[in-house]
Design a protein around this ligand. Sequence first.
Ligand SMILES: Nc1ncnc2c1ncn2[C@@H]1O[C@H](COP(=O)(O)OP(=O)(O)OP(=O)(O)O)[C@@H](O)[C@H]1O
Ligand SMILES: [Mg+2]
Length: 390
Amino acid sequence: MHLELNPYNPGSGLPPRVMGGRQQEMDAFDLIVARTKRDLPNRGMVLSGLRGVGKTVLLNYLRSHADNHGWFTIWLEGKPEAQGFTEVREKFARELTSAARRYNGPSGKDRLREAFGTIQSFNLALGVPGIKADISVSANRANSGTIDIDLEELVEDVSLALKADKSAFAIFIDEMQDLDQELLSALITVQHAAGQRGWPFYIVGAGLPNLPTTLSEARTYAERLFTYRTIGPLADTDAHYALTRPAKEMGAEYSQDALDVLLDASGRYPYFIQEFGKAIWDAAPSTPFTEEDAEVAVSIGRSQLDAGFFSSRWGRATRKERGYLRAMAHDGDAGSSTSQIAERLGVKVTALGPARAQLINKGIIYSPKYGQVAFTVPGMSGFILRQQED
Ligand SMILES: Nc1ncnc2c1ncn2[C@@H]1O[C@H](COP(=O)(O)OP(=O)(O)OP(=O)(O)O)[C@@H](O)[C@H]1O
Ligand SMILES: [Mg+2]
């Protein structure tokens, strides 16, 4: 097939040409927007799931939806390293400034102008200069230097300005499990305050499967503040649609056998659907795609995944951490008990604490429950078992 017409898009956060499924999450968010228009209260939303299931893509979709409804939106991405903490704050300040410039609600616009001073001083408190020189810094708002207080004052001033337009202030946060404790706690606290006082302010977060636990550990009441949604592999019909529809739009078809092979190999994971779809398009001499084309595509797709999706994570692990991951790989993707890993490696569980903590910090594994660890990347165990010892 013509390479330049390939309609698939494997990659981190890359929007698919055709989005399969996720209707429930879209509807749930649409309901928040509709209720906000009527001044009714809502919870924030948290999406969690393994790597490559489509969290970033979905979060982007929800943000565009909010933007289309005239919301004041900003986008943050958690970063695990200490240097990342500063970057996130800088991004916060810049996003606030640009959202304030973009905002065009008929009534809230003037009130938001009054809140500009608060935004300005909040930005300064984060160490980033704000909007423009002719707007003065608010003398007594969002300038205490304590992020809890400053964030709350900022959210109060901005969201009350938007209330006049039945709009809302939303912070979309990707890789939310990687936010630093200080900012994370401050955000949850302000979501709590907003709910109690009727401010239209929502956090919409996405992250790894341990995100709900991370939130509850930061603030116990976080459990009640958000609607939690697990994002997993697509349902059969949605996976079928995500695979066949892009090809159809470009004039190509799959034979039933080809479809069966690819859907089975993909495990209905969105990232794999894109990778195998891309591979069959590039490898097939003509349409309809045959079973043989599909088998070739699975082998090309797998080597692409090995070279990128899996190896980018593997490459970040130290020698010792790789030993830990190898010991986990024997249990497949289902997860392992930490005591069993220690037994396999012939050491005490406590001796493995640092490697385990580092792998969690790097987002390669997570702890589904006490004494257990599992890969965040579907198919990682198979990849590891294919690797030579080094
Ligand atoms: N609903 C969907 N239908 C079809 N393809 C999708 C869907 N969602 C995501 N994809 C595709 O899957 C791939 C991964 O998506 P995305 O980066 O959003 O996953 P993620 O869950 O954020 O992964 P990570 O945890 O690594 O950040 C992309 O190539 C994207 O185009
Ligand atoms: Mg992502």
